[in-house]
Each structure stands twice: as C-alpha cells, then as structure tokens.
Design a protein around this ligand. Sequence first.
Ligand SMILES: [Zn+2]
Length: 478
Amino acid sequence: MPRARNAQAAPAVHRTARIGLRLTCAQRQRCFGLLRSAGDVWACTLEINQWRRHRGDQPAASYQTLCRLLAESGPGTFGELDTTGARSVLRRYSDAWFSAAARRRAGAVEVRFPRRRRALMPVRWYHGTFTLIGRTLRLPVARGRPPLVVRLKREMPYPPGSMRSVTLLFTDGRLCIDVTAELPLITHPAARAPDPQRVAGIDLGIIHPFAVAGPGGEALLVSGRAIRAEHRLHLADTKQRSRPVAARAPRRGQRGSRRWRKTRRRARLVEGRHKRRVRQALHEAAKTVIGWAVERRVGTLTVGDPRGVLNLNAGRRHNLRLRQWQIGRTLQILQDKAALAGIRVHLVDERGSSSTCPACRKRIPKPSGRNLSCRHCQFAGHRDLAAAFTIATRTPGGATTTPTRVLGGVVTHRRAGRHLPGAATARRDPRRRPPRTAAGSLGRRRPAPSQGSRSLTPVSGDPQHHRTNPGERSWTPL
Ligand SMILES: [Zn+2]
C-alpha cells in the first residue's frame, strides 16, 4: 500500500534497484535468521486466520488488527526481527488479502486468499528506520541485540535523499537488498520537451523486441536475437544438466541427499543468472527506445498490445517461445521508463497490423520473412516497421502529427543484450571461451606435459631425432 503523498508535491515515480550483499558468515546467518523469523510471522498470521475460520469468526486481515495481535505476542517472539520488520510482513499479508478479496468481488472466483507458508519471507524497512551511508547499511534488529551492519556490493544508483525503503530478501540463491527510491520526473528544457502531438508507433516482437516508427518516417529497430539465443542456450544447458541427475532426484516426500541439495543450488544460481541477463537486456532495449523518443521530442508512444495471443494454444514449441517473450514485463519496463521521461503510452489493438500495407492500407498476406512488399502499390519495407507505422495511426484521439511519410527516413539499428555471451565473439559455442586473464599472468594453472614419447622440442632442434634413412649413419666416426 503506497504512502499517502502530499497532493501538492511534484509528480514522482518509485524505482527499485536490487543490490547484492558482501557478508561474513555470521552476518549471513543473522540475515537468514531475520528472513526465517519473517516466515514465522507469516505462518502465524495464516494459522490465526485458520483458527478464526474454523470458529466462524471474521478473519484478521486489516493491518491495524494484525499489528495489535503482534503487540500482544510481546517482545522476543520472533527472534531478532524488530517490530518494523515484522509489521512489513503483516502489511504484505494485509495487501495480499484485500487485493484477493477485491478481485473475488469483481468476479474472479479462482483468486485465492494467501494460504501458503514460506520458510523465508522478505523483510522491508521504511525510511528512517535504517541508515545507508555509501555502501554500508545498518539494519534495525530487536532491542538488546548487537547492531546488524552489512556491506552492499555497489552503491545505490539513486540520489541519497530519494530513498524510501530497503527490503532484505533471498532470491535466485542469493541474499540481496532491494533499495526503493522516489524520483522526480525528468524535466526537459522547454525547447526539448516531448510533444504529446508527436506520435511514434511501437510493434513488439521476439526478433525485434521494439520496432518504432516515428514522425518524419524515422524509425528504430532493436534486435533481440541475442536474447532469443540466451533463451535457447539456457534451455539446452538446463536439459544437459538435468539429464544425468534426473534418476537420482528424490521422490515425493523423500528427503533429498546433501549432494542433491548442491545440485539444486547450482541449478538455482544458473537460473538466476539467466533471468538477470534477460532482464538486463530488456531494460537496455527499452532505454534505447525512450532515449530515441526523447531525442526526437516524441511525446506519445502508441504500443500494439499483443497479449491476446497468449491465450491461444499454439503448440508445445511456440507456447514456450511466447512465454519466453515476456510481453507483460517488456510493456511494464517500457511504461515505467516512459513515465519517468514524461512520455505518454497508449496500448492499442495490434490485430492485422502486420498484414496491412502502411501506404495504401490494403490487406495483404503476412510475409514469412522480414520484408513486406505490397502488390497493390509497390510499397516495400521492413515488416515490423510497417506494422509499427500502422499502429501509430491507431492512436486514440487521433493525434494530428501521426507519421506522414511512410518509412522514408533514417532507420536506426540497435542491439539488445550486448553483454550476453555470444553476442560479440563466436556464435557456435559461445560459452566455451579461453579464460580471461590479467595482463602478464600465466593464466590458469595446467598440469605439466606428460613425459611420454613425444617431446615438446621442435624436430629441427632435437639432437636425438633420426633424420637418416635405414642403414645410414647420422654421425661421423672418428
Ligand atoms: Zn500498398
């Protein structure tokens, strides 16, 4: 639930950065202790409401009621967790309960109230209860316990005064801190400010996450081939990793071995790395689009919303492709960045946009390749850009300066995910590269060459080597 803001305050957005932690063993234990205690708070809340339901009482769902119950439990019930941290769990429960209730009232009967226990639960502390100076974060703990001071892996990427909260959580096999800041909207000089009458259409896709057609026929194409390759390689790796261990996986209800736990931990780390890589690439792609739009003073982005295709069953392979596309997240990232830059985003129906000629507006068969050519008017151009152009004309309210020229201007090409393995060097097996070593280093230590029949000396420099024919002397008798 958001904090009540002053109505006169300047418009602002909230942004969160995830930062890793550098911890000693003792600090790690204490952090896990906090998360586990938070999990206990969550489990207690679930249990209390279970009893109430059995008794036929009203559930305790409001934040105030839950806080009162927490106060009644007294200090020391939840280990080192302080009241603020414990209350953040209650807030999480209350928010989840009321959002479920609202959605059920709206007719979504499949939505359920929170009911699942978690061993580790994220803990959030609000502004004023913690201190973050540089990379040193001091987290509050229960009274009488020694202070918990941890070190972040990098500095917070926001200005110091903007901080609102920090959240301690365990995700993808790592302990991290989420730092949330309240940022004012970017102010542009009047001459450079985005103009809402200047519209660009955006077509979302897999090969091109963003194809943008702007005013004056200018366009931007962001290639997502590296992201797609990352998905494929990750799938291949996962298969290869899981095949040899699948037979040893514990059955249901069976306790896994320590070895199995290690295997699972490794899988979780790799999975987390893959997720971070893809997310980073999507953020970079969206940033490119917003930067491009700001430079051209585009104030309205009209985005074709393709989420209708998600409900269709397209077969095993294509279903996976559609899931990996992450349209919802891509849209969210774009909307967040647009909001910060002061650009409006409209979602419109994209149906038929890739099978309509942008020049004469006639229906043509959807091309199988990337190039679209119209047989009615001789138009030829990039398929995704043509679709983006058609989407731009669907802006609600009909902005006056929708692109007038059909794709005659400069097309900018950008790649998303330059950091992904394989985006730069060999395409074939990009994960096997020689180890990176510091200048002057000998590199990885390797075993000495075996003392076998082969010598490392070049043939010409070997005094023992026979270069004579059989029966011939290689030495001169005295
Ligand atoms: Zn045409």
